[in-house]
Design a protein around this ligand. Structure first.
Ligand code: ASP
Length: 331
């Protein structure tokens, strides 16, 4: 038996686990309130950054119908990408400083395969293009025009992603043209989602229009393997939102998965990854937000952020919940 299969089996059967049952519980300490909270894990599970109930609900539905966590991630992300009212994902996303909506997205499956598009214009469903990159090309990332042409060759339609509302917001911004990465949660709505399906397999996805009014060509953490997203089907997964530059510099999602490999709970691992950002020399953390969510193989979840205001949306045991973050810094 291959090591991967052995570990997979050991983690599901050796621990006496069965799909849909409570698999473990542990105590974690909430640093800001000094209370303890009970964390239990069950599978299947779906979690998402922010209050993305429509996307997590769709992902949950796919899994309940026997679909894979990979299909759940793609289908879930597509809901928000098509929602023109959401101004930081897909159609209707806020543009760069030149008025162009550029999308970043990635997806990762249980086998450690990965696909991403960066700085892609005119195609709403960046997550589906990322999946095509993963499945239909020998590459991992396609950028800009190449990504767009590839999408069109796969049957995706070109669309104008700049809605009237986003154009209006951009014009207002242009009056001062001041670029400051601010804490404003409205400006950070990347969808990062993680799921474990009924077979116990983990996948993840991340899709965004990136920072509003960014420099042309700017790419954030979201489509970069190990930063915006990382999955290891033996251990768990993590994904990020917030100021991508800080996540990139600390390779946050990979860090969280590796910390879980070393025995930390998802909550502890997220807290450590945030601490790495905040504790950096000359960290400017008071002026930006970063949030992580994570899940381990047992279905235990965790999330943490630099500032309060971050939420995690979760489907587990058939229940949908949205939990406001504890926070590292009292701001
Ligand atoms: N992480 C994204 C980026 O830096 C932004 C966000 O989460 O809203 O592009």
């Amino acid at each position: 038996m291959k090591r991967r299969n052995f570990i997979k089996r050991a983690s599901l059967t050796g621990l006496g686990l069965a799909v849909g049952t409570t698999v473990s519980s542990c105590l974690t300490e909430d640093r800001s309130t000094k209370k303890t909270a009970s964390v239990t894990g069950t599978i299947p599970v779906v979690i998402g950054t922010w209050d993305v109930k429509n996307s997590t609900a769709k992902a949950w539905e796919v899994i309940q119908n026997g679909g894979s966590s990979l299909d759940a991630m793609e289908q879930g992300c597509r809901i928000e990408e098509a929602n023109e009212k959401g101004q930081s994902v897909g159609k209707g996303g806020l543009p760069d400083r030149d008025g162009k909506v550029t999308l970043d997205a990635c997806i990762m499956n249980k086998d450690g395969d990965y696909g991403a598009v960066v700085c892609m214009q005119n195609i709403t469903h960046a997550i589906s293009v990322a999946r095509k990159v993963m499945e239909d090309t020998p590459h991992v990332i396609l950028a800009g025009k190449g990504a767009e042409e590839f999408a069109v060759s796969k049957g995706f339609k070109r669309e104008n992603l700049l809605t009237e509302a986003s154009k209006k917001a951009w014009k207002k911004w242009k009056e001062k043209s001041e670029y400051k990465p601010i804490i404003n949660i409205e400006n950070h709505d990347t969808i990062g989602m993680l799921a474990i399906d009924k077979k116990g397999d983990i996948s993840g996805a991340c899709t965004t229009s990136g920072l509003a009014y960014k420099m042309a060509g700017r790419v954030g953490d979201s489509p970069i393997i190990g930063s915006g997203l990382f999955i290891d089907n033996e251990i768990g997964g993590a994904t990020a939102t917030g100021l991508g530059e800080e996540v990139l510099k600390t390779v946050g999602s990979f860090l969280i998965v590796e910390l879980m490999r070393q025995g930390k709970s998802p909550q502890e691992a997220c807290e450590e990854a945030i601490k790495r950002i905040v504790d950096k020399p000359n960290s400017n953390f008071k002026n930006f937000q970063v949030g992580y969510i994570a899940v381990n193989k047992k279905g235990e979840t965790g999330f943490y952020s630099v500032h309060k205001g971050f939420t995690m949306t979760k489907y587990q045991d058939g229940k949908n919940s949205s939990t406001p973050s504890t926070h590292y810094i009292n701001s």
